[in-house]
Design a protein around this ligand. Sequence first.
Ligand SMILES: [Zn+2]
Ligand SMILES: [Zn+2]
Length: 337
Amino acid sequence: MPTHKAVHVPSAGAALTLADVETASPPRDHVRIAVSACGVCGTDHAFVNGGFPGLSWPVTLGHEIAGTVAEVGDGVEDFAVGDRVAVGWFGGNCNRCMPCRKGKFMQCERMQVPSWHYPGGYAESTTVPATALARIPEGLSFVEAAPMGCAGVTTFNGLRNTRAKAGDLVAVLGVGGLGHLGVQFARAMGFETVAIARGEGKAQDAKDLGAHHYVDSNATDVSAELQKLGGAAVVLATAANSEAMAATIGGLGPEGELVIIGVTPDNLPISPLDLINSGLSVTGHPSGTSRDVEETMHFAVQTGVRAMIEERPLAEAAEAYAAMDSGRARYRMVLTV
Ligand SMILES: [Zn+2]
Ligand SMILES: [Zn+2]
């Protein structure tokens, strides 16, 4: 049987190692992808440390996959060998459960995630359900497409599903792997865009990414600064910090929305009193379906939104992961094959 290289995490907390894995043909309704690029996401930390139930070791990380269909299983009608495809956090849905029957594919009871329910994209080859596939448009390279499957679609969807209208004040909390895309998408959607981060280190980057305003949360009261600008219709919270999220609540205008995409288990210190009079809402937002990923990539092509990327070859996955995990990587690390 032919083999391919894949990065293994042998057990919870263990080091990433390169392994040879047998390359099987895809089962029914699946395709095998020859991986060209795979993003390194902050959530990979939780996979490495066994933070998801039912992981089977060794785990192969990677849910920001871009590559070419190499083999097609029985029953796959709409994709062919050679198609350029991306697979993000949404790694397939069942189309049979109650949420799927209601069209709520992100809430599918059997939703699959690469690296959780099957080996992910830190590999030369990966096999995925056809429902997970997003077509990569012309105008986007594999490296550019990879982060759109998680960081891109999460920020894009988080923003476009709010009630904010063009011209409204929209703030993005955190200017990192998610936030640097959030700032660009907010600007491209026509919002007056505020970037919020700790210290002055990100101020110039935020402006370069399109922010009209920058708020240093170390130096100022974030809510007061947002109110000076007229009050935000939306705060997109990308920083995984519940205190920092709660500190923006007072900066929302009437019926403003705090949209949470930064992943943290810590309780939000927000009082019902903070919400009631102004009619504020706090919502969580999952990433998005394969079609949402396509729409994210299409919008990125139209508007020029791109992740700021550092590339590393697959063989240096351990170093790339360590750079992300330690905060040394400023925006998005992408592994290339
Ligand atoms: Zn992710
Ligand atoms: Zn389902």
